[in-house]
Design a protein around this ligand. Structure first.
Ligand code: F0G
Length: 377
């Protein structure tokens, strides 16, 4: 049976634009190739003439965008002979690292803040067989420890300070440009550790560049700018943070970050300079949403578009709606929001905010079922 058309993941799909050779064995779970869904009801509700698309990264194999970076990081770790990987995480990176390590047959060590990660993510790390260390501290503490221990133990860091992570994650922009035939006018996304906004920008620059030969774009610390061409037609990049964990809005690290959106409960982003450079180069901005605003956006996307995402992911859509209403994002614009993670990851937060949902307790009789329908039509 011919297998030629079977999609086999990002490394195979974009081999010529990623730092792999023709013979590199891809460690893949067929990540990427996620749907770009056009919102139909929300634009009408806000009464503005805009096209809003969501890139639904919650449909990746472990339910978040992290799989894009992880396939690259683990592919390269294995190629370089590594037998173990390690990361600090608010839950999604650890789930992804654990899955790709299982796939590769190597060990995954994950550091997570005790009591502060969503239940689904915890279940994933355990099921995929990671060695999980719950630390009495937050993500930033975990990150500091991981960076230190990598010098003292034979483990490869797979947080986004590993440059291969961003190389994998940039492919989201390739897919968007392929699907739309151009880049959007605005790209909105949640920002935590700030790797993803950096990767998006690298990907857009590479995808839009009108150069005869492919040129890889990276952030250059020496010049505090991105290398490579500066093509027209790249989007304005807008990053949204949770108010209790908004170092980019405060202009400095936040000591005790706190938010219901635990995925972005981060006070000291590792890609600080990179993300600042993205916003500057793209004439974009950072903004913040309160927990209430984040949860409202999560509910809105579920109730009116049928798209269930985790709280952090809803910051992209919530922020975009607010900026569209305020006229900061102009009418006539094409907007893409990255919806970074699946709602099923965090059922507790979802159920807690649905106390007004219609949930009846009835007898197993036709009469009760029938009257429940008629009284709720
Ligand atoms: N959305 C979700 C669902 C996330 O899990 C994260 C980060 C972000 C947005 C922010 O992306 O860090 O690149 O700015 N989660 C990391 C983790 C920190 O450990 O899973 P970022």
């Amino acid at each position: 049976m011919s297998n030629a058309n079977r999609y086999t993941g990002l490394v195979d799909r974009y081999r010529d634009r990623l730092p792999v050779s023709a013979t590199t064995r891809a460690i893949s779970l067929n990540e990427g190739n996620t749907p770009l869904i056009k919102l139909e009801n929300i634009p009408r509700m806000i009464g503005k003439d805009v096209e809003i698309y969501v890139k639904y990264e919650g449909l990746n194999p472990t339910g978040s965008f992290k799989d894009r970076g992880m396939t690259m990081a683990v592919t390269k770790a294995v190629e370089e002979g590594s037998k173990a990987i390690i990361c600090a995480s608010t839950g999604n990176t650890s789930a992804s690292a654990a899955a790709y390590a299982a796939r590769a047959g190597i060990k995954a060590f994950v550091l997570i803040p005790e009591g502060k990660i969503a239940m689904g993510k915890m279940a994933q790390a355990m099921m995929y067989g990671a060695i999980t260390m719950q630390i009495r501290g937050n993500f930033d503490d975990g990150m500091r420890l991981v960076k230190e221990v990598a010098d003292q133990a034979p483990v490869t860091i797979v947080n986004s300070i590993n440059p291969y992570r961003l190389q994998g994650q940039k492919t989201i922009a390739y897919e968007i440009v392929d699907a739309l035939g151009r880049a959007p006018d605005y790209h909105c996304l949640p920002v935590g550790n700030a790797g993803n906004i950096t990767a998006h920008w690298m990907g857009y620059t590479e995808a839009v560049a009108d150069t005869a030969q492919f040129e890889q774009v990276i952030y250059d610390a020496a010049t505090d700018a991105f290398t490579g061409p500066k093509p027209e037609g790249r989007p304005v990049m807008v990053g949204y943070q949770a108010s209790g964990a908004a170092p980019f809005l405060r202009g400095a690290p936040v000591e005790q970050p706190e938010t219901v959106a635990t995925a972005i409960r981060i006070g000291n982003p590792q890609s600080w300079n990179h993300a600042k450079a993205v916003v500057k180069e793209s004439s974009g901005w950072f903004d913040e949403l309160t927990d209430t605003e984040i949860l409202e956006a999560q509910r809105l996307l579920s109730m009116y578009e049928g798209i269930f995402c985790e709280p952090a992911s809803a910051a992209s859509v919530g922020g975009a709606i607010r900026d569209i209403k305020a006229g900061k994002i102009a009418e006539g614009s094409v907007i893409v929001c990255t919806v970074t993670g699946n709602g099923l990851k965090d059922p507790d937060t979802a159920i807690k905010q649905c106390e007004d949902a219609v949930m009846l307790s009835i007898d197993a009789t036709m009469q009760d079922v029938r009257s429940s329908i008629l009284s709720n039509m």
